[in-house]
Design a protein around this ligand. Structure first.
Ligand SMILES: NC(=O)c1ccc[n+]([C@@H]2O[C@H](COP(=O)([O-])OP(=O)(O)OC[C@H]3O[C@@H](n4cnc5c(N)ncnc54)[C@H](OP(=O)(O)O)[C@@H]3O)[C@@H](O)[C@H]2O)c1
Length: 256
């Protein structure tokens, strides 16, 4: 695959792990990496979906939850044993639970949100660093959210954990340079299962309020991840690339 300027992304022979790679944004990222020549290893909890996706992308997969420490270690081992390398890690799997006011939040679910959304990306980065990247270099991309920059109703646990992931991204970028670049992509509202409850009831209304006139598609986010993962972004680390159709600047938008 080439960039829109015809420059090759140069991922042929590189190996990538994408968590939550069986649907939505993760699936689009895994497909974009594979189309750019990378060998992909996907993970998700549903074993049948993992098998199907790995077969479709000509890669490999491992079923399990990123919340399990052993899953991170096994996933890294699998990529290294199958591909002999691990150049790209995309921490995409996440949970948006517990949903609702924080005074009602189940703290077990709160801990689970931090385990999946913050601890797992750190653990996987540790595994990738120790297994390959410390010696050979690499690129880590964490999927955050445009919403982490502000507060909103019912998303306190999700927003707080994603804000922590943004901070973790910057911290790791400093710690792991120059060998490993660590960046994040922060999507706005994207047409996926996780966000269906938000876009389905009033998509036209939401789209009309966005400067770029529509909600996002998973491929919109995948393009940004692909760029950050590739050598085209060789002088970019610790950055957060907001891919939100103009959500953050909508207050200045004059409806046509
Ligand atoms: N959609 C949006 O509007 C939006 C906006 C901002 C940010 N994001 C972020 O984008 C990322 C992807 O979200 P999405 O909307 O594409 O979600 P999605 O369509 O629900 O897909 C989630 C993927 O992650 C897997 N997954 C979920 N929990 C997992 C776990 N504990 N361990 C391993 N895999 C797990 C799912 O498969 P299984 O269920 O089989 O595990 C699936 O492959 C998330 O980080 C999300 O926070 C999304």
């Amino acid at each position: 695959m080439t960039s829109t300027h015809g420059l090759p992304y140069g991922l042929r022979g590189r190996a990538a792990v994408v968590t939550g790679g069986t649907r939505g944004i993760g699936r689009a990222v895994a497909a974009a990496l594979a189309a750019a020549g990378a060998l992909v290893c996907v993970s998700a909890r549903d074993a049948a979906e993992v098998r199907r996706t790995a077969a479709e992308l000509g890669g490999v997969g491992l079923a399990g939850s990123v919340a399990e420490p052993e899953h991170a270690r096994e996933l890294t081992r699998l990529a290294l044993s199958e591909f002999g390398r691990l150049d790209i890690l995309v921490n995409n799997a996440a949970t948006n639970r517990p949903y609702g006011p924080l005074m009602d939040a189940d703290l077990g679910l709160w801990r689970e949100a931090f385990t999946v959304n913050v601890e797992a990306p750190l653990r996987l980065t540790q595994c990738a660093w120790r297994g390959w990247m410390r010696e050979h270099g690499g690129s880590v991309v964490n999927i955050c959210t445009e919403g982490a920059a502000h507060v909103g109703p019912d998303v306190g646990a999700y927003g707080t954990s994603k804000a922590a992931l943004l901070h973790l991204t910057e911290q790791l970028a400093g710690e792991l340079a120059p060998r490993v670049r660590v960046n994040s992509v922060s999507p706005g509202l994207v047409r996926t299962e996780m966000a269906r409850f938000m876009w389905e009831p009033r998509e036209d209304e939401i789209a009309a309020g966005l400067p770029l006139g529509r909600i996002g598609e998973p491929e919109d986010v995948a393009e940004a991840v692909l760029w950050l993962a590739s050598d085209a972004a060789r002088w970019v680390t610790g950055a957060d690339l907001v891919v939100d159709g103009g959500t953050r600047v909508r207050a200045a938008h004059l409806p046509t």
